[in-house]
Design a protein around this ligand. Sequence first.
Ligand code: ATP
Ligand code: MG
Ligand code: MG
Length: 140
Amino acid sequence: ERKPVVVGYDGSENARKAVLWASRYAAVAHLPLMVVHAWIWPYFTQNLGPVAGIKDSGLRREAQRVVTEGRDLAVRSEPDLPVHQRLVIGFPSKTLTEFSREASLLVIGTRGLGGFAGLLIGSVSFHLAASADCPVMVVR
Ligand code: ATP
Ligand code: MG
Ligand code: MG
């Protein structure tokens, strides 16, 4: 079964490296690539009731821009590679764990956008290295 290589992209420099690594690997392995961006919009964790009205806000457009940027990086580096993109509303670790059930390989960066400068590995990478359902490549 040709399960895709899945890469998590959050717009950070490390995630960019992860996309480039994942693209090369997928091309060599003749597997499709899936670029995933998990988006927690600021209202998601609050009790604000119905959120349908803000679905098409600038925040969603920004999240869409991030995942498209990740896809474009892959397409430019490996023009013949089949590349898919998914924008998912949810927490990054949970979202990528779900994708890992149907992946040949999960590729992530050591760090992302957030976190404390002194840490060597982010919480998403740390969690996924321990609990993903497929092999994990942490790119630095
Ligand atoms: P923390 O989030 O713990 O404060 P951090 O942002 O530096 O620290 P992580 O979030 O663990 O580090 O990021 C590591 C990698 O996980 C990223 O390079 C990226 O591959 C993936 N990742 C992180 N956040 C997301 C996201 N929202 N969507 C998709 N992939 C993500
Ligand atoms: Mg992060
Ligand atoms: Mg985080």
